[in-house]
Design a protein around this ligand. Sequence first.
Ligand code: FES
Length: 186
Amino acid sequence: MHPTNQDPTDRETGRHRPSTLEMHLWRDGNEPGQLIPLLQKAQEEFGYIPEHAIRTISTVTRIPESEIFGVITFYKQFRLKPLGRYLIRLCDGTACHVNDAKTLMTLVKEELGLDTDDTTSDGLFTLTPVACLGCCSLAPVIMINDETFGRLTPPKVRQILKEFRQRAAADAAPAGAVPAKGGTKA
Ligand code: FES
C-alpha cells in the first residue's frame, strides 16, 4: 500500500473519514492482544505509524498512548517517521559482511548524514541494514527501491547516491529541463 501521512479527514466536508485502520479496529477492537497486528495494519496503511493512528488505537483499545509508543519503539519493525523517497537496503549478510559492507555502511551514513533506520531531512533517503538480498555472488550489495547494485566499492556508492540525487532534482525541475541519467549497476 502506498505510504501517506495524511490525516483521515475529508477535505471538502471537514468530517472525519474512517480509514482502513479504523475499520479494522471496529472489527477487531478492544482486544489487548490485537495491538501488534493493529500497529502492523497502521504501518501498512500509512507507511509508518503517525500520531493520529496512535491516538485512534489508544481510544479504541483503551491502551494508553505512552504504552503504545513504548511497544512501537521496542520493536524494530515499526517506524514513527515516513520512509524516504528512496529506501536504501544495505546488505550486511555474511557474503557482504566479508566483502566490507561495514565500510559502505559508514560511507552511506557519512554521505547522507543519517543513522540506520533514519531518513534524511529532505525526505529523499532512508537507510536500513538487511540480512541478505539473495544475490550474494554480487557482494557487497545494496538495493535502492527495486534496483540492485552489486560488487560495490566506495567510489561506486558515492556515484550511485549522486545519481539518485540528480534523479530527484530532475523530477523536481520545471518541464523542459534536461533529465539526469541514472542506473549504475553491477
Ligand atoms: S549476503 Fe548480501 S546479498 Fe546475500
